[in-house]
Write a protein that binds this ligand. Structure first.
Ligand SMILES: Cc1ncc(COP(=O)(O)O)c(C=O)c1O
Length: 477
């Protein structure tokens, strides 16, 4: 990751402890528009507002910490992906953030939905999402999950292994249904944050290898399988991708595989799904493409490669997750303690501790993801001070924002807002340290609606068998 740097003594020798990419702002109150959801603005006394509500009011109503989704921004991004990729099938990647209400927004904006677990599938079905517009992913789908997908009539099952084909053959036979499948292939391209690395990244758990031949074998097997309809190929090359080079290589390799399949069977497959992973701005470093530009480039790439292989252009799909759900989300925290720490070389780092942490956003701790933050409840005249926003957990790595300039007068009780928190924050949240997970609210036209209720200690106690025994599940000692 380009923004990744080693914390600690390296800073002692550096002229500044700030990473090179982080520019000290002239005005610490200024919003970098690229990072924030559409409706975010500074209002009275410089307070931040989202969806027409000041953050103080949001916290009064919903508590702290809280994730706020700008509903119109979410819907607008979903629609813009749908319109930019006209003629394509646009699946919203549910893993980035899904609730029943979000599933309804996605349906209303005309997108399809990709799910990657029993839970996501169940939420989508309970929300009334049209099963025919759902694609099911997963490298280890359980029998119960496949059974649910098949009986519900899920539109596509993205097959990840030959064991799964065996399971599907048995279940389709038993249930008397057919399965429309895509074969998930590994193209040898791994797009990793800002770069793609076209090496032998076959060494991973997803998909079947093109170069190793397993993908073609699986395709031919599905093609001959009586209850399986092989519709096409699926490839997902990674996440936070900022250019189309990786997609170009993936398209070439998947279309070459389609040509080989045609040679082997005489049949041209109808569908190619290029997956998700389209990058967003977490910090001022990130410059994502628009969905319009991506659609134009990907269409051109596929058309070009199809010409090369003499193939008709298949029906194409993409699966944006964070590009739709990330930017509309803002996490709001309350500052608890502020301390300055000597880090050598005459430098200090200011640690700003907030009432959340790695339990509500694991990404910085998990893969050194970078975020940004701003003082949200007021504007400040104080000078910018290099700060680190950390959580309340018992882990040194419990960092939310590794490096950010915040005003020097930040103090307990202030509110901090972290942009681009709509994707993979609440959806990856945990109860580490028995911390109840924050709620998610949608802000629109000056009103809040709850998408996910705040978890309380009572919810956690309810699961603790020592506090709340459930006789029916108790195992005899
Ligand atoms: C198969 C698949 N599709 C889509 C996505 C969505 O990725 P993103 O949210 O980065 O667009 C993922 C994310 O891991 C994925 O694995």
């Amino acid at each position: 990751m380009p923004n990744m740097h080693v914390a600690g003594s390296i800073h002692a020798d550096a002229t500044s402890p700030a990473p090179q990419w982080l520019v000290k702002p002239d005005d610490v109150n200024e919003l970098d528009r690229r990072l924030w959801s559409d409706s975010v603005d500074r209002v009275r006394d410089g307070e931040l507002s989202i969806g027409g509500l000041g953050v103080t009011e949001i916290v009064e109503q919903a508590g702290s910490p809280v994730y706020v989704i700008d509903e119109l921004d979410f819907r607008g991004r979903a629609l813009s992906w749908k319109q930019s990729f006209a003629g394509w099938n646009v699946y919203y990647a549910a893993k980035s953030f899904l609730t029943a209400t979000v599933a309804r927004w996605v349906a209303e904006e005309g997108l399809s939905l990709d799910v990657s677990s029993m839970g996501e599938l169940a939420v989508a079905l309970r929300a009334g999402f049209d099963p025919a517009r759902i694609a099911l992913h997963g490298n280890n789908k359980s029998e119960a999950e496949l059974r649910l997908a098949l009986t519900a009539g899920v539109g596509r099952i993205v097959v990840d292994s030959s064991d799964e084909i065996t399971r599907l053959e048995r279940l389709t036979e038993e249930l008397g249904v057919r399965a429309a499948v895509l074969i998930r292939v590994t193209t040898g391209v791994e797009a990793h944050t800002h770069e793609y690395i076209a090496t032998a990244h076959e060494d991973q758990k997803f998909g079947m290898s093109i170069t190793g031949g397993q993908a073609l074998v699986a395709m031919v097997r599905c093609f001959h399988s009586p209850n399986i309809d092989l519709m096409g190929i699926h490839s997902h090359i990674g996440s936070q991708i900022f250019d189309t080079n990786g997609f170009e290589v993936a398209a070439r390799r998947t279309l070459k595989l389609m040509a080989q399949f045609r040679e082997a069977t005489g049949v041209t497959l109808a569908e190619l799904d290029l997956g998700g992973g389209f990058g967003i701005s977490y910090t001022s470093e990130d410059s994502p493409s628009t969905s319009q530009d991506l659609a134009a480039s990907l269409s051109e790439i596929v058309a070009h490669e199809c010409r090369g292989f003499g193939l008709a252009v298949p029906t194409l799909s993409v699966e944006p997750g964070r590009a739709i759900s990330g930017p509309p989300g803002t996490a709001i925290y309350t500052v608890g303690t502020v301390k300055s720490v000597e880090i050598g070389g005459g430098h200090t780092r200011r640690y700003v501790s907030v009432d959340g942490g790695m339990s509500d956003n694991i990404r910085p701790a998990l893969y050194a993801a970078e975020y940004s933050a701003i003082l949200a409840n007021r504007a400040s005249e104080a000078r910018p001070v290099l700060s680190r926003v950390v959580g309340l957990h018992c882990e040194g790595g419990d960092i939310l924002v590794r490096d950010v300039f915040l005003p020097g007068d930040i103090r307990p009780g202030d509110l901090i807002a972290v942009p681009a928190s709509g994707a993979y924050s609440r959806s990856m949240a945990s109860n580490y340290n028995h911390t109840p997970r924050p709620p998610v609210v949608a802000a629109r036209d000056g009103r809040l609606t709850t998408l996910i209720h705040r978890e309380t200690l009572e919810h956690l106690f309810a699961l603790d068998a020592g506090l709340n025994p459930r006789p029916e599940f108790e195992v005899e000692a």
